[in-house]
Design a protein around this ligand. Structure first.
Ligand code: PLP
Length: 391
């Protein structure tokens, strides 16, 4: 059988994720310290795990509604109101997804026709572009730069909009740069999006992870709620990556369109994970987000430690205020991002991700995730300082 002919042309045009390639190399090596994979080093809080264990014992082993357990959908809305002041959504406007990953893919699939342009900042998280391409859409990237704290400005967005533009993806706080868009930054974009009738896919998975200023969703602005779908989940803030639990909240028609795909593809998010999600929100509301706050306190310490260390070893680094990533420049070494990361891995057994894994404009940068213990960070800094001495 000619498998090459069998496999879809659209799929063949998509390169494999540049993150995984690197970690496959690292997995073969000993004594590697990884600043690579973007996931919390903390385990899921105990009450959440206990709730899932109790659910197994109570034989909660069936499908849920396609939309998810009603109590969880209501709690998601309660959570958004408590944390980000997003109120007034109806339960029907929220549904539960398999990680925010599914929500992103569904939102793109629900709105994209072949030839439609979807704008996204670059460097950017790896899943947006493949989803757009698989749909026959055209990803339009806006290059963000360290000089501008990797933010989007109104002029940048206006320049990217054409008659084919359907939507923009706003992934802030950002992976890989750690950039945030403050309320003032977002306010600048709103008139441009309103004027040209652009829909927004707002990936807010790192909304809890900001340092120094509170996250603001573009859906808070007048006129934006009806043109925004909020995509988020439990992976990062609640240390629940393996549970695969996310949610989408937005205009009823868009949510219905997304659920239409979800009901044929996933049926529902995993039942035990949904039960765990209920406990995660309930426990957080009850304890005033004690677990989230304690994880954040540690990320905050690690962020400052790593930022100072990078600057001391001669890596200029933008003071990113979101997620758990730093994105230092390695341009002065004369190496490409790939070469730098490969040498660092082979010679010093420290794994970071080349900026180019997040698009061409990531060249000259590396992504370092500080969601790892202070002990690991100290060791990584020692090894990297040694490595940097030659430059
Ligand atoms: N969106 C961004 C910006 C991410 O960084 C990630 C994971 O790293 C995801 C989405 C995927 O999250 P989930 O585990 O909820 O699917």
């Amino acid at each position: 059988m000619n498998y090459n002919k069998l496999i879809s042309e659209r799929l063949k045009r998509i390169p494999p994720s540049g993150i995984r390639r690197f970690f496959d190399i690292a997995a073969e090596m000993k004594n590697v310290i990884t600043l690579g994979i973007g996931e919390p080093d903390f385990v899921t809080p105990k009450p959440v795990c206990d709730a899932a264990l109790a659910a197994i014992q109570a034989e909660e082993t069936h499908y849920t509604s396609n939309h998810g357990i009603p109590e969880l959908r209501e709690l998601i809305l309660e959570y958004l109101e408590a944390r980000f002041g997003l109120n007034g959504y109806k339960t029907e406007q929220a549904f539960v997804t398999v990680g925010v990953s599914e929500g992103i893919d569904l939102a793109i699939r629900a709105i994209t026709e072949p030839g439609d342009e979807i704008i996204m900042p670059e460097p950017t998280y790896v899943s947006y572009m493949p989803s757009v391409l698989l749909q026959g859409g055209v990803p339009v990237t806006i290059k963000t730069t360290a000089d501008n704290d990797f933010k989007l400005t109104r002029a940048m967005v206006e320049d990217a909009i054409t008659d084919r533009t359907k939507a923009i993806i706003l992934p802030f706080p950002n992976n890989p740069t750690g950039a945030i868009m403050t309320r003032e930054d977002l306010a600048e974009l709103v008139p441009a999006l309103n004027k040209r009738d652009i829909f927004v896919l707002s990936d807010e998975i790192y909304a809890e992870l900001t340092y120094g200023s509170k996250h603001c969703s573009i859906a808070e602005f007048p006129g934006m709620r009806e043109r925004t779908v909020i995509l988020s989940g439990f992976s990062k803030a609640f240390a629940m990556t393996g549970w695969r639990l996310g949610f989408a909240v937005g205009p009823q028609e868009i949510i219905d369109a997304m659920v239409k795909i979800h009901q044929f593809t996933m049926l529902c998010a995993p039942t035990l994970s949904q039960i765990a999600g209920i406990e995660a929100i309930k426990d957080a509301l009850k304890t005033d987000f004690a677990d989230v706050n304690s994880m954040m306190a540690q990320y905050a310490r690690r962020r400052v430690f790593l930022l100072d260390a990078f600057r001391e070893m001669g890596l200029s680094c933008f003071d990113s205020r979101g997620a758990f990533y730093l994105f230092p420049s390695i341009k002065h070494t004369g190496l490409t991002s790939e070469e730098f990361c490969e040498k660092l891995l082979i010679e010093k057994q420290v794994a970071a991700v080349p900026g180019t894994a997040f698009g061409k404009s990531g060249e000259g940068f590396i992504r370092c995730c500080y969601a790892t213990s202070m002990e690991n960070l100290e060791e990584a800094v020692d090894r990297m300082s040694d490595f940097m001495r030659r430059f």
